[in-house]
Design a protein around this ligand. Sequence first.
Ligand SMILES: [Zn+2]
Length: 345
Amino acid sequence: MIIQDLNPHGGIGANCTACKIGPFQFVLDAGLHPKYAGKDSLPRLDLLPPDSVDFILLSHCHLDHLGSLPLLSRNHPRAPLFLSYPSSILVRRMLSNSLAVMKRQRSELNLPELPLYGRSDLSSLYERMEVLPLEETTLFEKEGHAIEITAYHAGHVAGAVSFELKYDGKRTFFTGDVLFNDLRTLDGAQLPRHPIDTLVMETTRGGAERPAGRQREAEIVRLLQDVRKVLNRGGSALIPVFALGRMQEMLVVLDEARKKKGPPPHSRILFWVGHGSGQPHPPDFPEFQPCPIFPQSIAKPRCPALAPQDSAWGTSPHAGHLPSKQWHDGGKHAFLHARFLHARG
Ligand SMILES: [Zn+2]
């Protein structure tokens, strides 16, 4: 097996891992580095000869993992993109938003290379998406050889998966971004228990323990205390969040707190949303129309879109084939108090 990290900056950022196992050349994720703009934010996709990639795996839809997928896919037009069902939906939101941001940055940052891709690149990428049901093996064949690909629920954000690849009796496991703790909106990772031969792991802290006293629940209590303090003195709380995952989690936390204690009258809590949120009702994805703010991710045990144990989640082979009722079930978890505001100027 040959593994090549194509992220030129090291660490996390433009995540992109090229891998060769037997005759199979594939790539896990193709992100954009959030601290750079234009070509500087790209992984070294140029190190892969054109049309040399057999398939692409997407672990999840954070921009540092998917932002340059349209370019990778354009260079390797025969490679299917394997991803989870929720990712097959979120990918459209995230990339459309990223394209809009790049168009704006073209003049703001005076970067004529922007946008790095166009609508037609997105359409041809979407045509090549293949949804992998969780914990079901898919066979990819080439020149009389076969490699088995299996996705596992990785926690972290909606749709995040780890991948196991089995070739010639050997199992290689790519965790991607993985979180074992349960969140309000998502169960923790459920990785396989059987032995594997090679583990490729992504980790923020490495071997370092989380500092004592900075545990999740304690941090939530601290946040709620601070928010309440601001609201009680008549202020508005402004909370910076990542658009995908963190914002939905924060909304649940605040909603729970609101139900328990009730908010001070006329209080306002605003979310400052980073890349990738956009408007609540994207014109290209009508399924979201009746429900604000990804309510699917909030209906933790009931919603097939995000409950990995649920058979509808695990077995739905194609994006868009879930009956709309299942999407709309999330409506009862919609945040009655949440409203989108648009930035001015
Ligand atoms: Zn991530």
